[in-house]
Ligand binder design. Structure first.
Ligand code: BDP
Length: 704
């Protein structure tokens, strides 16, 4: 064979497949609609765009609409500043003060199909932006006539990502590469990726971003870094996104060289006022500060004998002239071996209700411990009628198998949001606390700890893109179902083939329960690997703090398993309304998914499933692991319908997940068996490895 022919052959073989999809475009692919009839139908309503507004956000709406339509329809869609020809989509800002404007609010929009003209109407430019993306979503998901028209309004005002990104480019609990923000080359160099990040957020309604880790470096508040923050704010602003920063409470001392950071000290107060003024001189529409104080070693007002309210109100005062917010986190807990971490945030914050300034919001994690695969909702929801509470979800999968595991989080988010606090009678769901309708909160916030990073596909596990998407969609409208979100995402991202969409949707919807089964079934929690929070370590008995061990939480002994939080135990149950307590309070009727959250249950107690606790526990671990194998088999069936690169990537990751599920199953079953001293129930093959071998595997994960 001539040499050059060999080279040509090599190049042909090694070239990526024509349709290889590296995941960069997320759900915003805008590939040509493959069904010609549909394409024709859509093309007839989208031949021209009219945009008469000139502000940056309206212009973005217009350009995004144009780019999306051109891709989907495969032909140019001209934009005009006025005029009307049949087949025009018109973006219209409504005059102020009309009933329609009041009804739409800040970010809402109305889509009004008419004869030869579809109007997207909004009271503010951001509404046009969200309306444009909604229109595109309609085409991307092959929507039917009638589904398009109507009014859409977000239920929560601030739909926010919290980045736990560090100044040196690492991300705390980030599994998708380095930070997106290249602090060292800002502000001179603007990575085009910042804009793509902004587009993705805007397309799902996210309108606020905290740029840096809650374990915050003070450097972001310096004149060296504020121009960098400004540069990012300038890129995000045309996409309707406001920038916030996490701050270090000790900054007056570390940065300002004051003697103290005491929030009641006049010099400290003046320092913050000046600092906040300086921030606004760079970013005139700056959102505010997010604060982790007196938590896990971070400084805070308590070192000075002051309360969380004293600290938050001092900052709130500095923001008042500028309209900014202070988002104060309630993630606090003291290291009390005899205490119950479940109760600590409640005990610290509940007495402060009514003491916070009006521009303070208290941000509460979804559950009382820490982003576990399943938690009951945090008892503070419903308990702070006078203090706006923000929801904090974790999108990054710190406790959910990092990015090696496929776990769709919409069902986890929904489970919490749909829980009833009974704060103002039946129907006072967590979602309605967060959206302000239960207690008339003037400010409403839903935050998610981001799972993005510098990996080409943004989220490392390509299927974890669905979690970013789901968070945004639920922050916009918590009434959307997980099934609908899964379907939208699958269609926009992977395929239009109906059976493949149905399979992917099923895989997504079952994945969280599967993860719970093979890691922490029936209400077990916090038994993961120390420090890295990966893999099983139920035997962990010693750590820097008692509440960082596993035995603190599972309480296994020869009698049984689980944390007694009834009045005979820590009585954490009493923090909930009586109606919420009721279904959890009796071990005989408590739903199995919550059983070990609230009860210490004897190993041979018969459960509602008809099996004893021990048998049921083993069965869950085995079933969860088998379900991963079933996910693998189901994924194989979608091969003809999804991009080859995606297919192979997910196939590999599911195999990894199966290996990890076996680790969890074997480690937990063997370890808990040392307490139950019972054989595995009939039909289950005992693990092939010994407990010592499992301990060794976990140790390897933690070697330096
Ligand atoms: C824990 C994480 C830790 C965070 C902390 C927080 O392990 O890295 O700093 O949450 O939310 O779950 O502050």
């Amino acid at each position: 064979m001539p040499r050059f022919l060999g080279l040509v052959l090599f190049l042909l073989i090694s070239a990526p497949a024509a349709n290889a999809d590296d995941g960069y475009r997320l759900w915003l692919k805008y590939d040509l609609i493959s069904n010609p009839a549909l394409r024709k139908e859509y093309a007839s309503i989208a031949r021209f765009i009219t945009c008469s507004e000139n502000d940056p956000v309206s212009k973005t709406a217009c350009l995004e609409l144009q780019a999306g339509l051109q891709g989907l329809l495969g032909k140019p869609v001209p934009v005009q500043s006025s005029g009307f020809k049949p087949g025009t989509i018109e973006l219209v800002l409504l005059p102020k003060g009309t009933p329609d404007t009041d009804n739409l609010g800040k970010d809402g929009f109305k889509i009004q199909p008419g004869r030869g003209r579809t109007a997207i109407l909004a009271a503010h430019p951001s509404g046009l932006l969200y309306g444009a993306f909604e229109f595109l979503r309609y085409l991307q998901t092959e929507g039917k006539p009638g589904e398009l028209s109507g009014v859409r309004r977000p239920r929560v005002q601030l739909r926010m990502l919290n980045h736990w990104d560090n100044p040196l480019g690492t991300i705390e609990r980030g599994y998708a590469g380095a930070s997106l923000w290249k602090w060292y080359e800002l502000p001179e160099t603007i990575d085009p990726r910042y804009r793509d990040y902004a587009r993705a957020n805007a397309s799902i309604g996210i309108n606020a971003v905290v740029l840096n880790n809650v374990n915050a470096s003070a450097r972001f508040l310096t004149p060296e870094y504020l121009p960098k923050v400004k540069a990012l704010a300038d890129v995000l602003r045309p996409y309707g996104i406001k920038v916030f920063l996490s701050i270090n409470f000790a900054s007056p001392k570390t940065l300002g060289k004051l003697k103290t950071s005491d929030p009641l000290d006049p010099q400290v107060r003046a320092w913050w006022q000046e600092k906040v003024r300086e921030v606004y001189s760079y970013v005139p529409d700056f959102g505010g500060f997010l604060v982790k104080a007196n938590s896990e070693g971070e400084p805070g007002p308590q070192e000075h004998g002051r309360t969380h309210a004293d600290g938050a109100n001092m900052l709130a005062e500095a923001f008042r002239p500028h309209g900014g917010l202070v988002i104060w986190r309630a993630f606090v807990y003291g290291p009390d071996p005899k205490g119950d971490r479940f109760k600590e945030a409640y005990q610290e914050f509940k007495p402060l209700d009514g003491q916070f300034a009006p521009n303070v919001i208290v941000q509460v994690k979804n559950g009382p411990i820490d982003f576990q695969p399943r938690e009951p909702f945090h008892p503070l929801f419903g308990a702070m009628p006078k203090t706006p509470l923000a929801m904090e979800f974790q999108i990054t999968q710190e406790y959910l198998g990092f990015s090696t595991n496929l776990v769709f989080l919409a069902p986890l988010f929904k489970e919490c949001l749909d829980s009833d606090t009974y704060a103002r009678g039946k129907g006072s769901t967590v979602a309605r606390v967060i959206d302000g309708s239960v207690h008339d909160y003037p400010v409403t916030v839903m935050a998610g700890v981001a799972n993005t990073g510098s990996d080409r596909n943004w989220t490392w596990h390509s299927m974890s893109q669905a979690n970013w998407y789901a968070f945004g969609r639920l922050a916009w409208d918590h009434q959307l179902s997980s099934a609908r979100i899964a379907e939208e995402w699958a269609r926009m991202t992977l395929t239009q083939d109906p059976s493949a969409v149905a399979t992917i949707k099923d895989i997504l919807l079952g994945s969280r329960e599967t993860y719970v089964r093979f890691t922490t079934p029936m209400g077990l929690h916090h038994i993961m690997g120390q420090g890295i929070h990966f893999g099983p370590e139920p035997w962990l008995a010693r750590s820097a703090r008692p509440d960082w061990t596993s035995i603190y939480y599972h309480r296994a002994d020869t009698v049984g398993l689980g944390f007694d939080r009834t009045p005979q135990g820590s009585n954490a149950l009493s923090l909930y309304a009586p109606e919420t307590q009721q279904p959890w309070s009796d071990p005989n009727s408590c739903a199995l998914p919550y059983l070990l959250w609230f009860h210490h249950v004897p190993w041979d107690k018969p459960l509602s499933s008809g099996r004893t606790l021990w048998d049921e526990l083993c069965l869950q671990y085995y079933a969860g692991t088998d379900e991963v194998a079933a996910m693998q088999a189901r994924w194989e069936t979608v091969q003809p319908h999804v991009d080859p690169e995606w297919f192979a990537d997910v196939r590999g990751r599911l195999a990894v997940q199966h290996r990890e599920a076996l680790h969890w199953r074997d480690a937990c079953v063997l370890y808990f068996q040392t307490f139950s001293r019972k054989p595995l129930p009939p039909g289950l093959n005992p693990p092939k490895r010994t407990l010592e071998e499992m301990k060794r595997i976990v140790e390897i994960y933690q070697l330096r």
